[in-house]
Design a protein around this ligand. Structure first.
Ligand SMILES: *Cc1c(COP(=O)(O)O)cnc(C)c1O
Length: 396
């Protein structure tokens, strides 16, 4: 990074770690062969892909034959949802998901609704938790798929995946989980959890952008999504992103091996930030479950301010974080996740997500706490509502 930045947005993306880059480089240069070619260079690429497949499989307790590489986490989600929907249409047209999924799942479901499928979007409680009983209640004879994310990218809440997996398994319904935020942060065993399909992405765990994977349990009926060549055993065509796949394999391996140690550090940063912010800044709430949450995630709502202004002012101090507004879509609508946990629009607007990574330090939090209370205070000075509260009028 040229300009000195304190980076607090690891849920958005992470840098490629030097260990991962080292493993990738040979496949961008000398070992550039097409994995489908039968000569030495091609075979070397093929071997690298199969080694990566093994690493990914090991990280989630799967068989390497059940791992299929994709072009992203978004593609893995789209494949899981549309692939199951279209190949199981003879059994029914009903899908159960939640109202706090990533747009890769939500928009795939909206698309299916436009094509005759029926989708139930489960509500969540005030901490963002899905209730397994709610899943059970919504199941009907035509239910062909349940898709519940492992951990939420905005508020960090970790869902009761094992309970939901058991419900799905007992009724013979295919169960997909978007584990893009969870892989490498939460121990995962697809057999223990009864998960049938699981989405991953490399760039959320110090791998490269533009590569992901979908775990597909042996025997699950799912149609192909990208048609063309015979790559990925004929199920996902196109010449493989060899370097990217190698990067994903190495990144998952490293993240899984270092999970415990990393999490201990992330949780100490997280818990300190939660305590200090709640103590030093009044009219603030923590979004997401206090304990069932990703080790590196904090998400606050500050009443009487706009998250966008807060982000810009933090940026001027060299701090990169995220807010709950869907700024990617160019709109300033508050996040669907924050609305789903019951926040009123104006409070959802004033939110801040900080997601820690392996290179953050307590000095980074010192720097944050040096400026955050003051910035929030200054923004509140501009709010007419806050004026009223300060004058002792009742909060309206
Ligand atoms: C980032 C993310 C995705 C999308 O992954 P890409 O590789 O960026 O397409 C999907 N789901 C969740 C929960 C994410 O955080």
């Amino acid at each position: 990074m040229d300009r000195k930045t304190i980076y607090f947005d690891h849920a958005a993306t992470t840098p490629v770690s030097s260990e991962v880059l080292e493993k990738m480089l040979p496949y961008l240069k000398g070992n550039f062969g097409n994995p489908s070619s039968i000569y030495f260079l091609g075979r070397e690429s093929k071997k690298a892909i199969e080694e990566a497949r093994e690493k990914v499989a090991n990280a989630i307790g799967a068989n390497p034959r059940e791992i299929f590489f994709t072009g992203s986490g978004t593609e893995a989600d789209n494949w899981a949802i549309k692939g199951v929907a279209y190949s199981n249409r003879n059994k029914g047209n009903h899908i159960i998901t939640t109202s706090i999924e990533h747009h890769a799942v939500l928009h795939a479901c909206h698309y299916l609704e436009s094509d005759g499928f029926e989708v139930t979007y489960l509500p969540v409680d005030e901490n963002g938790l899905v209730s397994p009983e709610d899943v059970l209640k919504e199941i009907k004879p035509g239910t062909i798929l349940i898709s519940v994310m492992f951990a939420n990218n905005e508020i960090g809440t970790i869902q009761p995946i094992k309970e939901i997996g058991k419900i799905a398994k007992d009724r013979g319904i295919i169960f997909h989980t978007d584990a893009v935020q969870a892989v490498g942060s939460v121990p995962i065993d697809v057999n223990d959890l009864n998960v049938d399909l699981l989405s991953m992405s490399a760039h959320k765990l110090y791998g490269p952008k533009g590569v992901g994977a979908l775990y597909i349990r042996k025997g699950v009926k799912i149609s192909s999504f990208i048609h063309g060549g015979a790559q990925e055993r004929g199920r996902r065509a196109s010449t493989e992103n060899v370097a990217g796949i190698v990067g994903l394999g190495e990144a998952i391996k490293i993240a899984t091996e270092n999970m415990e140690e990393n999490n201990k550090k992330l949780m100490s940063l997280r818990d300190r930030t939660i305590e200090e912010v709640l103590e030093k800044i009044p009219y603030t709430r923590l979004n997401g479950d206090r304990y069932k949450r990703l080790p590196g995630n904090v998400n606050f709502s500050f009443e009487f301010i706009e998250g966008e202004s807060l982000l810009l002012m933090l940026d001027m101090k060299g701090i990169a974080a995220s807010s709950g507004s869907a700024c990617t879509s160019g709109s300033l609508d508050p996040s669907h996740v924050l609305l789903a946990i019951g926040l009123p629009h104006e409070i959802a607007h004033g939110s801040l997500r900080i997601t820690f990574g392996k290179d953050n330090t307590h000095e980074d939090i010192d720097a944050l706490m040096d400026v955050l209370p003051e910035i929030v205070g200054r923004l509140r000075e501009m709010s007419p509502l806050y004026e009223k509260v300060k004058r002792g009028n009742q909060y309206v």
